[in-house]
Design a protein around this ligand. Structure first.
Ligand SMILES: NC(=O)c1ccc[n+]([C@@H]2O[C@H](COP(=O)([O-])OP(=O)(O)OC[C@H]3O[C@@H](n4cnc5c(N)ncnc54)[C@H](O)[C@@H]3O)[C@@H](O)[C@H]2O)c1
Length: 340
């Protein structure tokens, strides 16, 4: 059995990916400091997979924990999710973000190198594109992230690229996710933000369940069909499959294709998502238009051709499926993991 180290495996995307890995017969060990997640998710993944895997509560900043993991387990490759991910929070706390995301990644890479492990799939983000002049983002675009969070992702991408230049035997994919939403169709695992959600779907589901009064829509004067921002939403289940495809195709990872978009290639406006969600939930969602957020662009979506060509992967689920699954998760877990 191939053992995969998943960092940040108790988080939203990590949990869905671990479940898929286990279902595909990979052996998994995960490290998570639970700074933005709950131990309960580990029990639920085991329940859904009907399999066991190793969980280590720890921080990737801590080199000694990383050393002990690489000494104890025979790791073949790493999927690196662990990181802080709020753009607004990052702008207020740049030191913590650079330390957690960049220093954490360097520590991980250093220990991987010490143990001769040279395969990694890294969670990057479409946020590295910043405000491109073209809406359909190609991996070859110039990158100019606006938030500190986006800058940490770009720094890590560049570190990985330089490692690949210096030591071509490394196998690396930087996966640039667009906007992951949805939940496992069972409703047993899903997205459980600790603070006020800064993303659309968790905010919508919390309004629908009565935890929040109304949805705040940031701006309605963009150059889009209804004036609200349009984004490429991708089902977290599709994203999880994208990681399996990346692992399976690591041998194809070369310098010119190290960065790969994971999106659907389609964009939906905030109001279009709201209507789709109303249709799935049967709820009327009150909303209020407020000012634009700094750094938000009118429309962005992925050019998905490289992912198709290199990974043989494309997204399958549509916006209704994403809303249905997100709503099922919220209904079954009104207070998230800890209080159900
Ligand atoms: N969700 C999104 O919209 C999105 C979009 C693009 C990229 N990403 C990236 O994908 C990755 C996973 O995102 P997510 O939505 O699952 O986030 P998440 O917060 O749900 O999961 C991240 C996990 O990493 C853990 N973690 C954070 N810092 C750690 C550290 N130093 N050591 C150990 N564990 C640590 C957290 O406790 C959490 O469980 C992140 O790197 C994020 O930046 C997410």
């Amino acid at each position: 059995m191939t053992k995969i180290l998943v960092t940040g495996g108790a988080g939203f995307i990590g949990s869905h990916t671990i479940l898929k890995l286990l279902n595909e017969d990979y052996d998994v060990v995960t490290i998570d400091n639970l700074s933005n997640s709950s131990y309960e998710v580990i029990n639920r993944i085991k329940f859904l997979a009907n399999k066991n895997f190793d969980f280590i509560k720890g921080d990737i900043i801590d080199k000694s924990i990383l050393k002990s993991i690489f000494s104890k387990f025979n790791i073949e490759a790493v999927i690196h999710f662990a990181g802080l991910k709020s753009s607004s929070d990052s702008n207020n706390n740049p030191i913590s973000y650079f330390e957690n995301n960049v220093v954490g990644s360097i520590n991980l890479l250093k220990e991987m190198a010490n143990f001769g492990i040279k395969k990694i799939v890294f969670s990057s983000s479409a946020t590295v594109y910043g405000e491109p002049s073209t809406k359909k983002c190609k991996e070859t675009f110039e990158l100019s992230p606006i938030s500190v969070y986006g800058k940490t992702k770009l720094l890590i991408e560049n570190i990985l690229l330089d490692i690949k230049f210096a030591q071509p035997e490394w196998r690396i994919f930087n996966l640039r996710y667009f906007n992951p939403i949805g939940a496992h169709p069972s409703g047993i695992i899903g997205e459980d933000p600790r603070n006020v959600p800064s993303n659309l779907i968790p905010f919508l589901t919390q309004v629908a369940i009565g935890k929040r009064e109304q949805l705040l829509v940031f701006g309605d004067t963009y150059d889009t069909s209804d004036g609200t921002g349009k984004r490429d939403y991708i089902h977290v289940e599709d994203l999880a499959s994208g990681h399996i495809a990346a692992l399976r195709n690591l041998e194809k990872a070369e310098k010119n294709n190290i960065n790969v978009n994971l999106g659907t290639g389609q964009s939906y406006s905030v109001l279009e998502v709201l209507r789709a969600f109303e249709q799935c939930s049967g709820k009327n969602i009150p909303y209020k238009i407020v000012g634009k957020r700094l750094g938000d662009v009118g429309e962005l979506y992925a050019d998905t051709s490289l992912a198709k060509r290199i990974l043989g992967w494309e997204a399958k689920f549509d916006i209704l499926q994403m809303c249905n699954d997100a709503w099922r998760w919220q209904k079954m877990n009104p207070e998230g993991y800890d209080k159900t």
